[in-house]
Design a protein around this ligand. Structure first.
Ligand SMILES: [Zn+2]
Length: 320
């Protein structure tokens, strides 16, 4: 089985220009490209006359001015946030100051696992973000002749929402499913078991188009979601093989399966391996050993402790 998914990365962008990407849907790409955001964050304008903005993006004056330009003569009624990562939500309050509209998101998760992961913590997560009103799975948002169904899809982030455009079999998938890459699952914010459950949730729907927060339209949603699931199964298998071969700490597993990486990507890879291990431990496929003092089972740890643990296959452990 191949590790690499085939993504279409040949997307051209005109930053700041509103482009019609589906009936009643315009997209403006923010100029914040990075290894995590691809060409930048997609802001969607849904409806005409009365407009809902999905993910205002970063607090970038030029981008917010482009949203204001595109909606001149219209009224922004809602600003929806897929999740409280900075590249999606930091522009919410400044945009509201400019154009109005209620800010709606899942809201604080009570974050039992915290947002302070070293390397991938507050640089990504905005722990202070609060909406005007919270949304739950099953809620409905109506605006400018369109209706959006709210789907709670935790995994990439505990508060992650997708929004389904009713009657068009089109879903705004945020960072849950993207057109250019697999999604980063980085504990403590990310949770592999929940991510997989949220993928199954999308699979059970039969949508025609996904509009992600990064990258172009996904024209074959079912295939991409299945490929995401297979990719995770394949990755879990490679980690299991490492454990069977006695490669039993996260840094060594990362070195073995990813090869040479720069420091930033190495941290992300370690968190991804931790996410898989948590999921494997919860199903008895692996057990956390203890190296050093005060070690807890990995399922209860934050990412900063990732390197503390030695792990082994559940099968070979007397404890399982
Ligand atoms: Zn993002």
């Amino acid at each position: 089985m191949s590790a690499e998914l085939a993504f279409n990365r040949s997307v051209e962008v005109d930053y700041g220009v509103a482009e019609e990407v589906a009936p009643q849907v315009r997209r403006i790409v923010a100029n914040n490209p990075s290894p995590y955001t691809f060409l930048g964050t997609n802001t969607y304008l849904v409806g005409r006359g009365r407009v809902t903005v999905i993910d205002p993006g970063p607090a970038d004056e030029v981008h917010l001015a482009a949203i204001a330009d595109a909606t001149r003569g219209e009224r922004v009624t809602h600003i929806l946030i897929t999740h409280s990562h900075r590249d999606h939500c930091n522009g919410a309050r400044p945009l509201q100051a400019l154009l109005g509209g209620d800010i709606l998101s899942f809201g604080p998760t009570g974050t039992e696992r915290g947002a302070g992961a070293p390397g991938l913590g507050e640089a990504f997560v905005d722990p202070a973000f609060r909406p005007d009103r919270t949304l739950q799975d099953g809620d409905v948002v109506k605006t400018g002749g369109v209706t959006l169904d709210v789907l709670h899809t935790p995994g990439h982030a505990p508060d992650h929402l997708c929004f389904a455009l009713v009657g068009q079999r089109t879903v705004f998938t945020g960072d849950h499913v993207m057109g250019w890459n697999t999604t980063v699952i980085a504990p403590p914010e990310g949770n592999m078991a929940k991510f997989l459950t949220s993928l199954e949730k999308l699979l059970a729907r039969h949508d025609k188009v996904f509009l992600p927060a990064h990258g172009g339209r996904v024209q074959t949603p079912q295939r991409v979601v299945k490929a995401y699931i297979m990719h995770r199964q394949w990755r879990e298998q490679t980690i299991l093989t490492c454990l069977e071969d006695g490669v039993s700490t996260i840094p060594r597993i990362v070195a073995k399966i990813y090869g040479e990486l720069d420091a930033d990507l190495k941290a992300a890879a370690a968190l991804s391996v931790l996410a898989h291990l948590e999921h494997m431990i919860s199903r008895g496929l692996a057990v956390a050993g203890q190296r050093g003092h005060g070690a807890q089972p990995a399922a209860e740890t934050v990412a900063g402790l990732a390197s503390v643990y030695s792990v082994s296959t559940g099968a070979s452990s007397p404890a399982s």
